[in-house]
Design a protein around this ligand. Structure first.
Ligand code: BEZ
Length: 347
């Protein structure tokens, strides 16, 4: 009998823990917890313990921007909004992250536009080759109607697209061939993020593409499985690709945005004042990402030259046929991609 009583007490404790966890929503957002709801009813404002996940290491622009977002949330909410950041795919791959955010167990994510284009096709617009002369112009494009409409397509995925955070533009790295024009890429096997618009652009030069995951790229180029890759200067340094490639063509042929997303259910539950704090904080982080990254361009080029790479440029005009092929193919696939091309392509 005594034993049964003890067992009954333990079961009650377990049930209470489960009930408390269910009340707090499991997503770190405590605004809907019993305690905070009553606090809000007493005239005080809700508090939040948010989680944000992304795939890049702590040295990458996106992580530094996430730190800025954390600081801005805290400051603008008077300490009511706290943020825990999980970098380096600690919470899983991008498909895992998106699932967790839509379900509410993670609040925010910085998800690559490249991955989102596989779920919401209009994001492919951001890979229109040579659409922007520099990061500053790409960052300004965040505010355009078409950029906002593309964010709006995430609604049907259970996500709210808040903003775009840019890392460095894309460059081309070659193991041991100095590529000076697109024709020199014919027959080369290059690692390109597994996203159709990026891969199609490379294929239009005559190269073949391999969608090797980032962690396997270093050994793939070292062992000669690939002849080079599409990358940004940031990741070329943080992943030490300069040890295994000789040539870096700073083509800046595409921009490389991540998209700041929040779970729709999480966001819809927040009071308007708090939604605005989140929007303002992420906008400050996005401006920080683009301006701080642009300021590092020369330093990054020098670091790579100092580490033995030949860093050079290729005239964008040489890629005109590839741009035309892209615009013709992708403009027809989605009205927002056509609108993007019409807005940004220099005539
Ligand atoms: C890539 O897959 O090439 C990549 C992803 C995130 C940051 C930088 C590069």
């Amino acid at each position: 009998m005594k034993k049964v009583k003890k067992w009954g007490a333990s079961l009650l404790a377990v049930l209470m823990v489960l009930a408390t966890a269910a009340c707090s929503g499991g997503g770190g957002n405590t605004a809907d917890s019993t305690a905070n709801q009553s606090a809000a009813g007493n005239g005080s404002k809700p508090t939040y313990q948010f989680k944000l996940a992304h795939i890049t290491p702590p040295t990458h622009t996106w992580h530094l921007a996430a730190e800025k977002f954390k600081e801005e949330l805290d400051k603008r909410s008077g300490g009511r909004m706290k943020l825990e950041i999980y970098p380096s795919s600690q919470l899983g791959t991008e498909p895992d992250m998106v699932q967790q955010i839509a379900a509410g167990s993670v609040d925010f994510g910085l998800i690559t536009a490249a991955y989102l284009s596989s779920r919401s096709p209009s994001f492919a617009a951001w890979f229109t080759p040579f659409a922007f002369p520099d990061l500053k112009s790409a960052n300004e494009a965040r505010q355009t109607e078409v950029a906002k409409k593309i964010l709006g397509t995430l609604d049907e995925q259970g996500l709210v697209g808040l903003d775009y955070l840019f890392a460095g533009q894309r460059v081309m790295l070659f193991k041991d061939k100095e590529v000076l024009k697109p024709e020199d890429m014919k027959g080369l096997k290059l690692r390109v993020t597994p996203s159709p618009p990026l891969q199609d652009f490379y294929k239009s030069t005559g190269a073949s593409t391999e969608g090797i995951p980032l962690p396997e790229v270093y050994s793939a180029v070292q062992t000669g499985v690939i002849d080079g890759m599409d990358m940004d200067l940031d990741a070329t340094i943080s992943n030490k690709y300069y040890e295994v490639v000789k040539y870096g063509a700073v083509t800046n042929h595409m921009v490389w945005p991540s998209v700041a997303v929040v779970g729709k259910e999480t966001f819809d539950k927040m009071p308007d004042e708090d939604k605005q704090i989140v929007r303002d904080a992420i906008a400050a982080a996005a401006d920080f990402a683009a301006t701080s990254r642009a300021a590092k361009e020369e330093e990054y080029r020098k670091t790579l030259s100092d580490n033995g790479m030949k860093i050079y440029e290729i005239d964008p005009a040489l890629f005109a046929p590839m741009m035309q092929e892209f615009d013709q193919k992708y403009g027809g696939t989605h009205p927002l991609i056509q609108e993007f091309i019409d807005t940004f392509r220099k005539k």
